[in-house]
Structure formats: C-alpha cells, structure tokens
Design a protein around this ligand. Sequence first.
Ligand code: SF4
Ligand code: SF4
Length: 206
Amino acid sequence: MQKNLAITFYNRGLRSYIEVDLCRQCPRQDDKGCCGYYSPVFYPTDFAYLLQHRPSLIDEIFALPHITVLDSSVTLNQIIDGDGYRCPFHTQESGCLLSQDLRETICRHFVCPGINWQCEATLAHWKDFFDQLFQYEIDLNNRLAITLKEKGLSLRNLAQRPAYFKELQIVFPQLTRPAPHFFANYPQQETVLLTRAITSGKDWPL
Ligand code: SF4
Ligand code: SF4
C-alpha cells in the first residue's frame, strides 16, 4: 500500500530534531515502534539543556530503576514489556512522554529505514546538516566529558553530581560560543511530503 507522509526538519542548533507524521500510526502496529528497540543515552549536552529548561527531569532520570551511569552519561535501559521491551519514557497511550527538545540525540534524529528520507536527492541539505550536527555533538560531548574528568568530577559518584552539574553550567557556554557556522546556513524548518510503500507489523524495517 502506498502512503503519503510528511517529514519535518527543525534546525534548532543542538536541540534540532526530525518529526514524521507517520509515527502516530506507526506501521509496526505494536504501539511502540522504534522506541521498543532503543535505550536512550543522555550526555553532557543534554544535561546542559535540561539544567536550564527542565532540571527536574535530571532527577527523574537518576531515579529510574534500570540506568547505567558512567562518568559523563546515563543510559536508560529498556524495561521488559508484555511482548518484548520498551523505553521507560514510552507509554502505549501517548507515546513518548518527553517533548522533542527534552529528548537525547538519537531520539531527536532517528527516522526508521522504512522511511529512508536520506535517499531523497532533494533532502541532501538536511543530510549534510544532521551529519555535521551529529559529529559536532560527539566532539563537544567528548570535550565536555574530558574537561569535567580533569576537574575530578564524575556522575558515578553520587556526592559529586551537584558539583558536576554546577561545573557543566560554567564549561558548556565556554565550549559552545560562538555557535558553529553551519547552524546559520540551513533553514529553520522545512516540511516535505514523501510517498512510501507501507508494510505492516514486523515487515516494516527498523
Ligand atoms: S518505526 Fe518509523 S514510523 Fe514507527 S515510530 Fe519509529 S520512526 Fe516512526
Ligand atoms: S525517550 Fe522517547 S523517543 Fe526516546 S526511545 Fe524513549 S519513548 Fe522513544
């Protein structure tokens, strides 16, 4: 069955994201789609944003039962669901509980291979943008992690977490200003209609 879908690209700097209207009726038909196959990982760039915009979410993340805490990251391991797994922020009633800007990188950028927007020549500029952004974020997170480690701070140490986050709020602006040039070289937002052959259930590629 052929179906039209709308994909929207948002250039919001480090909080950029991609939205697809098809997700509301995901062809996987299991009420969790790709969120049943992923364990989100929050890095310093995410914590720096949450500290400014939703600090209580950091406490919620650290209070979750199945997390893996490393020096500068927290993985939210999947929880067992009726027929498999799901992310702890996913509900069958309303999908992801987090608004796009609060999600970590993969959750903001990922679009399943069934949609495969990257094959569209007319969307090459968005592939360039998200490729550059992905690498910029990796490099930035590495630099932030190294800097905080050099200051003797680690998220593994419960007692150090307030100092870690306080220092992150100092270091993050230092390492992100000025913003990279490519942020300004792409549109703020663009919606494109695509037509795809839809397969159902586990036949829909993830
Ligand atoms: S599998 Fe594809 S259509 Fe389904 S929720 Fe994920 S991105 Fe959306
Ligand atoms: S945080 Fe949200 S988008 Fe990411 S895997 Fe969990 S439910 Fe899905």
